[in-house]
Structure formats: C-alpha cells, structure tokens
Design a protein. Structure first.
Length: 100
C-alpha cells in the first residue's frame, strides 16, 4: 500500500506542515520505503518516485482515490506491478463508468 500522512502538530505557527509518503507491506506490518513530500509538489508524482526505488514486479499496490490516475496506473504496469485503486466522487466520470 502507498499512503501519505501529514504529521500531527507539524504545522505549528511559523512552520510548514510535514507530509510523509510511505510504502507499506500489509502482511509484514512494515514500512518498506518512506519519503518526505516537498511543499511545492503533492503525493501523486511522489508516489511514482517512491516506488521507482523498489522492486514491485508482481506486487499488488493499493492506493487511495487521490492516486487513481492514468499515469500512475501506466507507471505501475510498466514496472510489472498490479494495482487496486479506490474510485470516489473526486473523479465523477470514472465513478459513473464504474457504476454502469
């Protein structure tokens, strides 16, 4: 799984919030890789960078609705990985297509 979290209390007065993006192994309960996300970017491109440093061939990668992007799916398949994405109302056309 790939998931990002803002560190609680990191956005205190005068300080920028710190967001960490992690790749987790559900079965082992361990973090396999983690990186801080620069405030000038977001989780979407950073997830691809995070996974580039890992051997994900044959793995099933789960990601939340934010990462349900064509480019992310393409990137995973180019690395011989499989994926399960969440589809929510943030992509209404895709959600409608899934319901049909």
């Amino acid at each position: 799984a790939v998931d990002g979290k803002v560190l609680r209390g990191s956005g205190a007065t005068g300080f920028a919030q710190v967001t960490l993006l992690a790749a987790l192994d559900h079965a082992a309960g361990t973090i396999l890789a983690q990186r801080q996300i620069d405030s000038k970017t977001n989780e979407i491109p950073e997830a691809r960078i995070l996974l580039d440093g890992m051997d994900i061939a044959g793995s099933v990668i789960t990601m939340d609705a934010l990462h349900t992007q064509r480019e992310t799916a393409r990137h995973l398949r180019e690395h011989d990985a499989h994926y399960v994405f969440t589809v929510k109302a943030n992509q209404p056309a895709l959600l409608t297509a899934c319901h049909q």
